[in-house]
Design a protein around this ligand. Structure first.
Ligand SMILES: *[C@@H]1O[C@H](CO)[C@@H](O)[C@H](O)[C@H]1NC(C)=O
Ligand SMILES: *[C@@H]1O[C@H](CO)[C@@H](O)[C@H](O)[C@H]1NC(C)=O
Ligand SMILES: *[C@@H]1O[C@H](CO)[C@@H](O)[C@H](O)[C@H]1NC(C)=O
Ligand SMILES: *[C@@H]1O[C@H](CO)[C@@H](O)[C@H](O)[C@H]1NC(C)=O
Length: 559
């Protein structure tokens, strides 16, 4: 049970809520235009869920959702890290199309005070549904940028992307910022600061060495001064870095910072409470009888309880997923706390390996979707876009490529096959792998062109870097590419060769042609995550005081 609570606390990290046509006395309940509740967990590995095959930990609430709904076993994230995966989820497009990737080593948006973010000319499903009369809310984690030119222009804010209500973290989950608990995120940031330090130390040493060569004629004074200067420079930049990390840990409601730094222990309950009150107010009812609910009951399930209490269960499509797989690098001492990806190889950040991109996918809509159905066809998180847009009576934009496909026929059982014959697996803007669901014969091919080198070799993770790189000398290029048949070898353990697999070259050719066809549809756009959009700028830093003194608490204690 403890583990379950833990899992659900991560679940609370991004909860997109969209509610149906604004209240009217007589709503057609189980027909079209359902309310839509999308739950996205952060870094939640598929191997930590009972209904996906874990028999030792209990996840009764997620399992029940699957029993009452349709479970997808091959549900694929468009990227193995947050920012690009979430961008693809909201737009239904590979993140490369919106520019929500980099080409030079930045996997996600690095700080809040950067200018990159989801471009305003991208269309989220929230924007379309809002235009169709839906009340739209996003509660939880965003991580798709905030400002462009000043600390409060909020050009990339959720309210600028079709949501009429936002509560949560515009940036990321930072762990406990008040008690300086070590989090993976902070470890990554501190790693970067350490790199800064090393560069400075190197510069100081070079300077010192230069001076030393003149020592015969000079004194020690320049050496002492250069060392002092280097130390001061380091201390100053390190402290500023620490303050930014601290300031990046905040909660916002709409355009207002409510807590900076946020109180980690109460964040989950605040978020769940917000979801429930959003559900209640959007359902046009008074907030009745819910104020006395004790903390103990505040698990993710409470959101579904709220639907029940409001009588909305049968008119609501509920979806549960994770933005990508669990992180193998997230370790404290010997304890791995980043999640478990079951039989799948690799995890968060690891290019195209299954463990980083194969995530849970469950849809529940009582009375419409047959309870207990399991679908093994390849589907993508990008499919949510056309699916909810069409359910909500909207239209998928025709002026751009949408990579997601309407899932309804598959969910309803009127189609046997997924519309995705091919799915591509990018790491930044590098194509690492691709999958082909062969229609005849039912085989499921996966081709890897590049794979990250696990470091230390064999341990199965990229320790010391936070997350694996997508290019450079820490990545292996495969020629011929690695080939796996996921229908027989879902763990990607046995690479096939032309000798062991007669259709090796046929598969390579077919996938290469699909990749070529896909590439012809790409239009170059500015890459939001490249250095220019992804370096910290003081004037973009949101602060509810005077930077670096960012401190406020407008939330009070929810208990
Ligand atoms: C279930 O999850 C636990 C915790 O992550 C893990 O140690 C265990 O190996 C998993 N069991 C299976 C069968 O995947
Ligand atoms: C957020 O702003 C919208 C208008 O943009 C408003 O309808 C909504 O009530 C606001 N939410 C809160 C919690 O203030
Ligand atoms: C909701 O749908 C289920 C399944 O179709 C049905 O058994 C149940 O009676 C419905 N509940 C309400 C309140 O309509
Ligand atoms: C959005 O704007 C950029 C220029 O900033 C352009 O390259 C891109 O094609 C536009 N995207 C769409 C979908 O219109």
């Amino acid at each position: 049970m403890l583990h379950l609570e833990h899992s659900w606390s991560w679940l609370a990290v991004m909860v997109g809520v969209l509610l149906g046509a604004r209240p009217s006395a007589c709503r057609d309940l189980s027909g079209s235009r359902p309310n839509i509740l999308l739950l996205m967990a952060d870094d939640f590995g598929i191997g930590d869920i009972g209904c996906y095959g874990n028999n030792s930990i209990r996840t009764p609430n997620i399992d029940r959702l699957a029993e009452d709904g349709v479970m997808l076993t091959q549900h694929i994230a468009a990227a193995s890290v947050c920012t690009p995966s979430r961008a693809a989820f909201l737009t239904g497009r590979y993140p490369l199309r919106s520019g929500m990737v980099s080409s030079n080593g930045y996997r996600v948006l690095q700080w809040t005070g950067v200018s990159g973010g989801l471009p305003t000319n991208e269309t989220t499903f929230a924007k379309i549904l809002k235009d169709r009369g839906y009340a739209t809310g996003l509660i939880g984690k965003w991580h798709l940028g905030l400002n462009c030119e000043s600390s409060n222009d909020h050009c990339h804010h959720p309210l600028n992307h079709g949501f009429d209500h936002f509560y949560g973290m515009p940036f990321s989950m930072m762990g406990d910022c008040i008690h300086w608990e070590l989090s993976e995120k902070r470890a990554g940031m501190e790693h970067k600061l350490n790199v800064c330090f090393q560069i400075m130390a190197f510069a100081a040493l070079t300077l010192t060495a230069g001076k030393l060569t003149h020592l015969t004629s000079g004194s020690w004074t320049p050496v002492v001064w250069s060392t002092i200067a280097a130390t001061l420079l380091f201390v100053t930049s390190y402290s500023i870095g620490v303050l930014i990390v601290h300031a990046d840990c905040f909660l916002m409601r709409n355009h207002t910072i409510t807590e900076q730094p946020m109180h980690f222990q109460r964040t989950t309950s605040l978020i769940l409470k917000e979801v429930s009150s959003f559900v209640q107010s959007s359902a046009g009812r008074a907030r009745t009888g819910c104020t006395g609910i004790t903390r103990k009951r505040w698990t993710g399930w409470w959101i579904l309880d709220t639907l029940d209490m409001e009588g909305l269960t049968n008119s609501t499509l509920v979806y549960f997923t994770s933005d990508h797989g669990g992180s193998l690098e997230a370790q404290l001492g010997k304890e791995q706390y980043g999640g478990w990806n079951g039989i799948y190889k690799g995890g968060k950040g690891m290019g195209g390996w299954e463990g980083g991109i194969r995530v849970p996918g469950i849809f529940r809509w009582p009375g419409v979707l047959q309870a207990g159905r399991v679908i093994h066809e390849p589907t993508s998180l990008m499919d949510v876009f056309p699916t909810v847009v069409q359910l909500g009576g909207g239209e998928v934009p025709q002026d751009r490529v949408t990579d997601g496909r309407d899932l309804l026929p598959l969910l309803l059982g009127t189609a046997q096959h997924s519309d995705h014959e091919f799915l591509l697996h990018y790491c930044e803007n590098f194509l690492h792998a691709a999958r082909w669901r062969q229609r005849d014969g039912g085989r499921l091919w996966k081709v890897h062109y590049m794979t990250p080198l696990f470091h230390p070799e064999g341990a199965g993770a990229c320790y010391g870097r936070g997350v694996c790189p997508c290019s450079g000398d820490q990545v292996a290029h495969h020629n011929p590419p690695l080939l796996f048949d996921l229908s027989r070898d879902p763990s990607e353990a046995h690479a096939l060769t032309p000798d062991t697999e007669p259709s090796f070259y046929h598969v390579m050719d077919t996938v290469a042609r699909a990749v070529e066809e896909h590439r012809r549809t790409l239009i170059p756009v500015p890459l939001q995550l490249d250095t220019l959009g992804n370096i910290w700028r003081p004037w973009l830093q949101p602060c509810c005081g005077q930077f670096p003194l960012c401190w406020c608490d407008r939330e009070g204690d929810p208990r």
